[in-house]
Write a protein that binds this ligand. Structure first.
Ligand SMILES: Cc1cc2nc3c(=O)[nH]c(=O)nc-3n(C[C@H](O)[C@H](O)[C@H](O)COP(=O)(O)OP(=O)(O)OC[C@H]3O[C@@H](n4cnc5c(N)ncnc54)[C@H](O)[C@@H]3O)c2cc1C
Length: 369
């Protein structure tokens, strides 16, 4: 019985790893040509996903790469007022440590035998037990698992649902090697997350393990075509930084200094999600894990859910190695309930971030009662 997994992200790799631990083979088809072909982005906050890493026999190795101090948090208002600061004691439990996405992906990749991941295989379509690749090749499957992220190709085999824009557009910028290049700004941001929440705008800076501070500037309640009308010249990074500063009128100069110190990486990102509580009638030979199944606002649940999906589908298949349809049904029943709850919570948090007085709402969130 051939298990084909499309996508070597966190969900697909967690599944392949748990299958491997249970003596079951799978093949992961990944469109990127190698593990380093594309930057993997910034940090992930891993909490419930630790259960999946335990199931995958990787929790000790995870703790070795996790950054407990990354849990530090500072929340400010645009006028510079510090509303909330939490510093993580050295002996604090690793409840929600941060980890570099590339380190976590490497951990999973290194835990698989050579040849499980087939790089440079972009899935173009699939049906009736045959996966077709963009280069004209094909491969058979008995069970196909779409772990191919937000823009999943496999999803269309199960549902017509598509991600829709949620009125948030993000510009990603960053300061490399901040301790050496801008020590004052490094001290200001600290070891973890540094959030400035205004009305309809936010700046989220975060220290990464490689010394880079990644910054996301979010523009809320903006249309899907906002980048086209925002007059941010993405092809001229210095002018783009100047325009971004213009878009933060009245913000404390310490915050705009962060933008001025950034390098020439300026990446636009539109935020889309799938409907909360999306389900589909179970199919005997296809299922989905991770963002392909339940794309949520980026408020800290997606990677955790993807890891859990992969690990729990792996366990269900190991429990029913001769009955994939039953394994898929059992997995989907649990996954729909768990990820539906996470998606609802994420949507509520997103609503707070997008509301007027977001800073006060988030303060109440961090300091309930
Ligand atoms: C800015 C940002 C910050 C985030 N921070 C957090 C956080 O702190 N905590 C958290 O829990 N979540 C976070 N998330 C969400 C998290 O990144 C995702 O939910 C998670 O990566 C989903 O994993 P996945 O395996 O489903 O998909 P992905 O990680 O997207 O992996 C999909 C893989 O499939 C491959 N692929 C795609 N199409 C094809 C194809 N046709 N053929 C073959 N391969 C294909 C891709 O190349 C990729 O390798 C964040 C998201 C963003 C955007």
């Amino acid at each position: 019985m051939t298990i084909a997994i499309v996508g070597a992200g966190l969900g697909g790799l967690a599944l392949a790893r748990v299958l491997h631990l249970n003596g079951m083979d799978s093949v992961v088809y990944e469109r990127e040509t190698s593990r380093g072909a594309r930057g993997q982005g910034g940090m992930l906050d891993i909490h419930s996903g630790q259960r999946a890493l335990r199931e995958a026999g990787l929790i000790d190795r995870f703790h070795a790469i996790a950054r407990g101090e990354g849990q530090d948090m500072r929340l400010l208002q645009p006028d510079g007022t510090l509303l909330f600061q939490e510093d993580t004691p050295d002996d604090a439990p690793l409840e929600r440590p941060e980890v570099d996405r590339a380190d976590l992906r490497d951990l999973l990749l290194d835990s698989l035998p050579e040849g499980v991941v087939r790089w440079g295989h972009a899935c173009a379509s699939a049906d009736n037990g045959l996966l077709r690749f963009a280069d004209g090749g094909s491969a058979p499957y008995d069970l196909l698992v779409g772990a191919d992220g937000a823009r999943s190709r496999v999803r269309a085999l199960l549902t017509d649902a598509r991600p829709t824009h949620i009125g948030q557009n993000v510009v990603e910028i960053g300061i490399p090697d901040i301790d050496r290049t801008h020590p004052g700004l490094a001290a200001m941001v600290g070891r973890g997350s540094y959030w400035v929440l205004g009305d309809g705008l936010s700046l989220a800076a975060q220290r990464n393990g490689d010394g880079r501070v990644r910054i996301g500037l979010s523009f809320y309640n903006t249309a899907e075509d906002w980048f086209a009308t925002s007059e941010i010249p993405f092809d001229d990074p210095a002018a783009a930084r100047a325009r971004l500063i213009e878009l933060l009128p009245g913000w404390d100069p310490r915050f705009t200094a962060l933008i001025a110190a950034c390098d020439d990486t300026v990446v636009p990102r539109s935020i889309t999600t799938l409907p909360v509580g999306l389900t589909w009638p179970s199919a005997p030979d296809v299922t989905l894990v991770g963002d392909a199944a339940h794309l949520m606002p980026p408020v800290g649940e997606g990677a955790n859910m993807a890891l859990l999906d992969g690990a729990l589908l792996g366990r269900a298949l190991a429990t029913h190695p001769d009955d994939f349809p039953t394994a898929v049904k059992d997995y989907e029943r649990e996954m729909f309930a768990r990820t539906g709850a996470a998606a609802r919570m994420s949507a509520d948090l997103q609503e707070l971030l997008m509301s007027p007085d977001a800073a006060q709402h988030m303060l109440a969130f961090f300091r309930p009662g």
